[in-house]
Design a binder for this molecule. Sequence first.
Ligand SMILES: Cc1cc2nc3c(=O)[nH]c(=O)nc-3n(C[C@H](O)[C@H](O)[C@H](O)COP(=O)(O)O)c2cc1C
Length: 191
Amino acid sequence: MTITIFSCSMHPMSRSYVLARQAEENLKAHDVDVRFHDLRDYDLDFCGQPEARDNPDVKVLRDSVRDSAGILMAMPIYNFYVNAAAKNLIELTGRAWIYKLVGFMCAAGGQASYMSVMNIANSLMLDFRCLVVPRFVYATDDAFGNDRTEDMFVEDEGILERLRELTDMTVKLATAVEPIIETLPERKGRT
Ligand SMILES: Cc1cc2nc3c(=O)[nH]c(=O)nc-3n(C[C@H](O)[C@H](O)[C@H](O)COP(=O)(O)O)c2cc1C
């Protein structure tokens, strides 16, 4: 079973990237294949530009979504929403998300934006019938040691525990629902 992690921040010293790497570390305790995509490594156009979806980088990302039982997205909160790169990823890869299990890790400047991830959760649920892992991680700058340096790490015990819960629950739910999802016509006939 494959779990894909997308790190969606473009910041060179990203906090959500550190959350994503910690989730990857947690998943090593489970019998799953983990794919890690850092969107800073990809040269993506904005969805809507001609041929944006034909970019070979998009195919790599789309294939990972398609091959995965579960997807974890690590994202910054910008203007009370996930950042544009995260939204663009979903727009470019589209129907590959149908019936995927999706979990979220967010880095934010303050506590006031904690429900900002719901917009993307709603659209994934309604548009692509995604199942959302009912545990999400929301971390502000004080959760990180050596903040905004090469040696940054998740320091806050509460956030570490939430990351463990997120990764454990993602594996458990993906294992439980994958056999059901695989029988659905939308997934059987996927291209
Ligand atoms: C353009 C911009 C908009 C932001 N908007 C919000 C916001 O609405 N709510 C919030 O809590 N933090 C906001 N922040 C702070 C970021 O979420 C915070 O710096 C976070 O750590 C970024 O994640 P990253 O380090 O993974 O890039 C904003 C930052 C930027 C640059």
